[in-house]
Each structure stands twice: as C-alpha cells, then as structure tokens.
Design a protein around this ligand. Structure first.
Ligand SMILES: Nc1ncnc2c1ncn2[C@@H]1O[C@H](COP(=O)(O)OP(=O)(O)OP(=O)(O)O)[C@@H](O)[C@H]1O
Length: 231
C-alpha cells in the first residue's frame, strides 16, 4: 500500500535519512522505532510531503507520491497526527475535528460518528477551545481530527509522548480497534517497546537515519531492540 524505496532526506547540506526502504500494508500496524534524533519524524514528514526527499521513491496505492503536495497526499487518503499534535488552540474542539474534513475527496460534509465515539471526552468538550485541553486530550483531538477523514493510511508520530498512562491506554485501545475493524494501515512512530508489542505487526528500527533492524513483532529480539533504544 505504502512503499518507500531508498529514501534520502535532509536539511540543507545535512542528510538525516539515508537509503531507507520500508513498506506498510492494509490492516497492519507498522512501527518505526529508534532513539531521539535518529530521523523518525524527518522520515514521516517526507512521506507526508512536508519535507522533500533528495533521493528515492514513495509509492502509495500504486501511485508515485514523491512529487505530490502534502495537500494531495491528504486527499489521497493519508491521515496524519504530527508530533506535538498541532491542534488549533483558538478553535473549538468541534472546529478542530471539522478541519480534518478539509482534505477529503469528495469533500465530506459531516464528521463521521466513529471519529468521535472513540474519544468520548471530546464530545463533552465540543465547545471548548482546543488550547484549553490537557496535553492528553489534545492528543486525542489530533487523533480524532485525523480519523474524521476516514483515512486508509494513518500516520501517528509519537502519540504517547508525554501523555498520562490512562490516555496512553485509551490510545492503545483505539489503535487495536482500528486494526480489528478496518483495513486501515497504520504507521506508528513509537519508542515504548511495551506499547509497540501490544499493537504492532511489524517493526523497523532506525539508527542514524538508516534501518538497522526490521521484522515481524512476534520474532522481535527484545534485547536487540532495547540496545538500539538505550540513549
Ligand atoms: N528543521 C530542522 N532543521 C535542521 N535539522 C533538523 C530539523 N529538524 C530536525 N533536525 C535534525 O534532524 C535529526 C533528526 O530529527 P528527527 O526529529 O527526525 O528525529 P526523531 O527520531 O524523530 O527524534 P525525536 O524522537 O526526538 O522526535 C536531528 O539531528 C535533528 O536535530
């Protein structure tokens, strides 16, 4: 469904992602792991078209994506929950979720109930400003906004970072539900091995911008992965 081949991405003269090849299939949760600063967000931003790759290709549902704008990528069915959430602090919870419909094609006129039902607290807080929510609630809001477009591929960049344990559990459950009920593919950036093992099918471990280990989560060598995660 999503195939990244020999991707290279960087900032100016500095190359951060080198020769990364990976793929994500429908109904599967694929995790990108690696310690801080190895390039996970850079890779995800290149998949979303926010950063330009200098080499390699991205294919999504048999279409070449690497020259498409971020807007077009969203329209083609990719939902994105960025690191740091990037919700609109001055807009209400309802308006934030509504923004998720922007990229849909044809343009959806209603928020799909499933996007909200997964996060009951959001319905209670519909009229509140996004900026007044806690970090965990904002994370749920960013997740609901991405689900509003009913994506076929959902990209989640560290959705549990700095979030209280009860909300981490909620997010874990939502990922499991999506996996059970839909063909949605999920690309998840995550550093907690425990969390990854509870939701993932396949894992890529990144070090210094390159894939250094990959495999089915059931045959994952915990000690090897921990070695790459230890700071
Ligand atoms: N806008 C930028 N300009 C220049 N360098 C950047 C920029 N953003 C990130 N970098 C550098 O690129 C490298 C990879 O950063 P990136 O955020 O992709 O890592 P990461 O694995 O997602 O880390 P984290 O888990 O901390 O988010 C780091 O060395 C970082 O300093």
């Amino acid at each position: 469904m999503l195939a990244v081949k020999n991707m290279e991405v960087g900032y100016g003269e500095s190359t951060v992602i080198r020769d990364v090849t990976m793929q994500v299939e429908p109904g599967k949760v694929v995790c990108l792991m690696g310690r801080n600063g190895v390039g996970k967000t850079t890779l995800v931003k290149a998949i979303m078209g926010i950063l330009k790759s200098s080499k390699g290709s991205i294919t999504y549902k048999d279409h070449k994506l690497h020259t498409a704008s971020p807007h077009l990528r969203a329209k083609s069915g990719i939902g994105y929950v960025p690191q740091g959430r990037e919700i609109f602090g001055q807009l209400t919870v309802y308006e934030n979720i509504w923004m998720g419909l922007e990229g849909t094609k044809p343009r959806k006129k209603e928020i799909p109930p499933a996007a909200i039902e997964k996060f009951p607290i959001l319905k209670e807080f519909f009229a509140r400003k996004g900026g007044d929510l806690s970090g965990g609630q904002q994370q749920q809001l960013a997740f609901a906004r991405a689900l509003a477009s009913e994506p076929e591929l959902l990209i989640l960049d560290e959705p549990t970072e700095g979030i209280q344990p009860s909300i981490v559990q909620d997010i874990q459950q939502v990922i499991r539900d999506i996996k059970e009920q839909h063909d949605t593919a999920i690309l998840l950036v995550e550093q907690s091995l425990e969390f990854v093992k509870s939701v993932a099918d396949y894992v890529y471990v990144i070090q210094k911008g390159t894939v250094v280990a990959s495999g089915d989560v059931s045959i994952l060598d915990d000690e090897q992965v921990k070695h790459y995660l230890v700071v």
